[in-house]
Write a protein of this length. Structure first.
Length: 550
């Protein structure tokens, strides 16, 4: 029939701007089948709106709760700026983006106007309650709704136990989306589709095994449904038109706080083989990048791979050779142990503009035993000398509030980061016990969280431990950059800034103002030019590879 109307719904935290690759791929696949496709994007909307009946179990239970009030009045990005995670910016003045009110009213209007036959929701845990609220508004229309995503795959039984959810897809969604759309278009049941769970009228659930892995290298995303303003984002003091690129699916590492290893485990348990795959065909990568350039004319790329440099050097060399024809500035995440002088020089030569490195914890025994990251502090410091000497701006990521962590262990992290020189920004977040992570199971076993907890807030801890209260974790996350930046002679005052009393807030604001001035007044390039290069200890690194020399 080819007249199916499919509405992609993107639940999201307010103003978290990076568009998802998955929705671009869904758009491409569905359009290629001849279906009508549109999108409702929750990103520009502030707060959760007021249209939903507050007596329902899935609505915001307590409008006086300070966390919910904070989310009503500011975006996640703005809260992160307040915590000194990045340079201050204005959505409207710097990005030309106006935030919106009335999420639920706008959603109802979109559904009424587009009149979809099928709706697709890809859900992460933080946005699950928002998705439930949206679905509840249109239940009376009896539209077929498929929910998938990382959270659904990690907790399928918990997801489908909610009365609003009648069909879910577990595992990779591309083939599932196509199969469900074709069945609905042809008036057939979805009950036999691999990877699909269907709740029947009597409450019983049909649970199909996962289907084969999708060749993610075979489909180039189509981002045409997103508002053009969605691609603009600040990075290192500049504003770019930034598009996501996927060159690596899955992660070869097993970090206990991350849900990426879950995909590898589930894939192997299902007999599907390794989930971790890379796009090794550089002609395919060239075609992919060329298509995105033709579509959107970006000025920046964000490689969304879990660990971009966890690939053989020969493959990285082939990538850099291919990318010479583009040289569009780009960013990625990786681990410090993957770097070498040669690799970073290759990347810099093709305009690698910024790299984010995860350290997460500064106590190497705890890091290895609990987080399953086995690298010595000495090795980390040596790697960060190479990183600092590369001339590529970089950020360092940390997490506080792991189960079993103490204040002393957090200060081990602070003291390790104080030994790392040359970074442009320092990211500190609280540990979040997401479904699908090893440490979530630890938290449940130790009674730190309920086994049915669904995370709603990524910026405040869900743990309240006897040795480290939730308030102390949140306040240490907030002041962590100050402890790192200022001399220990200031630490007694910074400890006062951990308090949320009027005096504590005043002290915090005083130090935060100095911190922002000394760290964020300049853009990342000018800041590097003014860096004191006395930290360049390793004289074996070629002079033409040092800061300011090339």
């Amino acid at each position: 029939m080819k007249n199916l109307r499919v509405l992609l719904v993107y639940p999201n935290l307010s103003m978290m701007m990076a568009p998802p690759v998955a929705y671009g791929i869904f758009t491409k696949l569905l359009k290629d089948e001849g279906y009508s496709v549109d999108i409702f994007d929750c990103t520009p909307y502030i707060g959760e709106g007021t249209s939903v009946d507050e007596s329902r179990e899935f609505s915001i239970e307590d409008k006086d709760d300070p966390i919910d009030v904070a989310f009503q009045s500011s975006t996640t990005e703005e809260q992160m700026i307040d915590m000194m995670q990045s340079r201050p910016f204005s959505y409207e003045e710097d990005l030309g983006i106006k935030s919106l009110q009335g999420l639920y009213e706008a959603f109802e209007s979109k559904v009424e106007e587009f009149n979809p036959d099928l709706m697709l929701f890809s859900i992460v845990e933080d946005t699950f309650h928002q998705a439930l609220s949206l679905i509840s508004l249109i239940e009376h229309k009896h539209i077929k709704i498929l929910c998938g995503g990382v959270f659904v795959t990690a907790a399928p039984d918990l997801t489908i136990s909610h009365p609003q959810i009648n069909m879910i897809g577990i595992g990779e969604g591309e083939q599932i989306v196509l199969d469900v759309a074709k069945c609905i278009d042809n008036g057939k049941s979805c009950e036999g589709i691999p990877g699909v769970w269907v709740k029947k009228d009597d409450g019983s659930i049909i649970k199909n095994e996962r289907g084969p892995l999708f060749d993610f290298t075979a489909s180039i995303p189509d981002y045409s449904l997103f508002d053009s303003n969605r691609f603009f984002r600040p990075m290192g003091g500049f504003v770019y038109k930034s598009l996501p690129i996927e060159s690596y699916r899955g992660c070869p590492y097993t970090c206990a706080y991350c849900n990426s290893p879950m995909q590898q485990t589930l894939s192997k348990e299902s007999g599907l083989g390794t989930f971790v795959r890379r796009n090794k065909d550089m002609e395919k990568m060239r075609s992919y990048i060329s298509s995105i350039v033709e579509q959107q004319d970006p000025t920046y790329f964000m490689f969304v791979d879990d660990s971009f440099m966890a690939r053989p050097q020969a493959e990285l060399e082939a990538f850099c050779k291919m990318y010479e024809e583009f040289k569009i500035p780009f960013w990625f995440n990786t681990r410090p142990e993957n770097v070498s002088v040669e690799k970073l020089k290759m990347l810099k030569d093709v305009n690698c503009n910024r790299i984010a490195y995860g350290v997460e914890c500064g106590n190497e025994e705890f890091r290895g035993r609990v987080l399953l990251r086995k690298m010595t502090n000495k090795s980390l410091i040596n790697k960060f000398e190479i990183i600092a000497n590369s001339g590529i701006p970089f950020s360092v990521n940390n997490i506080v509030g792991f189960p079993g962590e103490t204040r002393e262990l957090i200060f081990d992290s602070i003291n390790l980061i104080k030994q790392i020189k040359g970074y442009d920004s320092l990211s500190v977040t609280v540990f979040v016990p997401y479904n699908g992570t090893v440490l979530r199971d630890v938290c449940v076993k130790e009674g730190l969280i309920a086994d049915d907890l669904i995370i709603r807030d990524m910026l405040h801890t869900s743990l309240n431990m006897s040795q480290l209260s939730s308030d102390e974790i949140n306040n240490l996350a907030r002041t962590f950059p100050l402890y790192v930046h200022f001399d220990e002679s200031e630490w007694s005052n910074i400890k006062k800034a951990e308090s949320t009393s009027p005096e504590g807030v005043a002290i915090f604001n005083k130090y935060a103002e100095i911190y922002r001035k000394e760290n964020f007044e300049l853009n990342q390039d000018d800041k590097r030019l003014q860096e004191d290069t006395s930290f360049l200890i390793n004289t074996s690194i070629p002079l033409d590879f040092r800061v300011g020399q090339n």
